[in-house]
Design a protein around this ligand. Structure first.
Ligand code: NAD
Ligand code: UD1
Length: 344
């Protein structure tokens, strides 16, 4: 069995990817400091993929001996690197924490990979590296320029990965630029569990649906879009997880550091999402139109052709699947992993 070391494997996208990797016959070694996740997610990953082998190291990427111990469990064939902080607003307030955790953490990870002769990497980048794109759909060759410290950590890590790949032969890296991940595993057992008030649309909508919040405030109704609200490329997290497996399987054809968009190629407005969620939940989700949110762009969606050509991957789940699965998770876990125990 090949072995993947998955950093951030207890998190939202990481946990779904662990299930897909285990189901595909990979052994998984998770490295996560649980700064934004729960070990319960990993217990449920094991429950969803019982025949797989998953081990867990509660380790910070900046903890060199801890990281060594995780690599020593190998041999590790490839690394899937999710670990990072991701809140845009927080990154503006605490930029050094973001640069240290995300950029310095990745430096430590790459050094450990070098020490252990591991040259295969799948990295979580983001469509945020395109800033406010001049053309949509966005292709991988679009100009790069992030608008906030979080986005710049992704941009700088991408540059660093290109430098490392150029410095010696043998590196095979896929830089996956995700669009807007939403949804949950169809079992309802794992899903997104944001701390505090969600910044992102889908978790907010679902917390209104479950009664934790009163209404959704739509950030701007006067954009130059068909209904005036912002348009994004929402992608089901299980499709995204499958994209990571496809990226690992395609590394044989990768040379150096190659960016690949992971999106559906479809744009949906905020109102489309609220309406689809209302239909899935079976009652109206209250909303009000408020002012635009600073830093938001009107519309962005992916050109997903590279993923199809390089990885043989396309997203298959619809917006209705995304809201139905997200709702199943939210309805059966109204407090996320908060009230669950490791036993159940
Ligand atoms: P998440 O917060 O749920 O998962 C990240 C995981 O990394 C968490 O379990 C956290 O505890 C862990 N972690 C953070 N810093 C660490 C460190 N120094 N050492 C060890 N573990 C650490 O986030 P997610 O939504 O699953 O995102 C995964 C990756 O994808 C992140 O790098 C994020 O920036 C990127 N991404 C996410 C989105 C999104 O909307 N969710 C979009 C584009 C890119
Ligand atoms: C945000 C981040 C981006 C990150 C992405 C991850 C910002 C500026 N950008 O992108 O860096 O990669 O999440 O998915 O934070 N909306 C509402 N009401 C809400 C929340 C959101 O109307 O309560 C709208 C937004 O204005 C936007 C859409 O919903 O039009 C999606 O918002 P969100 O889920 O926050 O994602 P992005 O802004 O695309």
């Amino acid at each position: 069995m090949p072995t993947a070391l998955v950093t951030g494997g207890a998190g939202y996208i990481g946990s779904h990817t662990c299930v897909v990797l285990l189901e595909a016959g990979w052994d998984v070694v998770v490295v996560d400091n649980l700064s934004n996740s729960s070990e319960i997610a990993l217990a449920r990953v094991r429950e969803l993929a019982p025949s797989g082998s998953l081990s867990f190291h509660r380790v910070d990427l900046l903890d060199e001996p801890g990281l060594e111990a995780a690599f020593a469990e190998g041999p590790v064939d490839a690394v899937v690197h999710f670990a990072g902080l991701k809140a845009v607003g927080e990154s503006v307030e605490q930029p050094l924490r973001y640069y240290e955790n995300n950029v310095a953490g990745t430096v430590q990870l790459l050094k450990a990979m070098q020490r252990h002769g591991v040259r295969d990497l799948v990295f979580s980048s983001s469509c945020t590296v395109y800033g406010d794109p001049e053309e949509i759909p966005v292709t991988e060759s679009a100009p790069l320029g992030a608008a906030n410290p979080y986005g710049r950590t992704k941009l700088y890590i991408e540059e660093m990965l290109r430098d490392v790949a150029a410095s010696e032969p043998g590196w095979r890296m896929t830089l996956l630029r995700y669009f807007n991940p939403v949804g949950a595993h169809p079992s309802g057992r794992i899903g997104e569990d944001p701390t505090g008030i969600p910044n992102n649309l889908m978790p907010y909508v679902m917390q209104v649906a479950v009664g934790r919040r009163d209404h959704v405030t739509i950030h701007g109704g006067d954009y130059p879009t068909p209904d005036g609200t912002g348009v994004r490329d929402y992608i089901h997290v299980v499709d995204l997880a499958a994209g990571h497996l496809a990226a690992l399987q395609a590394l044989d054809h990768i040379d150096g550091a190659v960016p690949v968009n992971l999106g559906t190629g479809n744009g949906y407005s905020v109102l489309d999402v609220v309406r689809a969620a209302s239909a899935a939940v079976g009652r109206e989700i209250r909303y009000e139109i408020g002012p635009r949110r600073p830093g938001d762009v009107a519309a962005v969606w992916a050109d997903p052709r590279s993923a199809r050509e390089l990885l043989g991957w396309t997203a298959s789940r619809s917006l209705d699947d995304m809201v139905a699965d997200h709702w199943r998770w939210q309805a059966s876990n109204p407090d996320g992993f908060g009230s669950a125990t490791l036993a159940g």
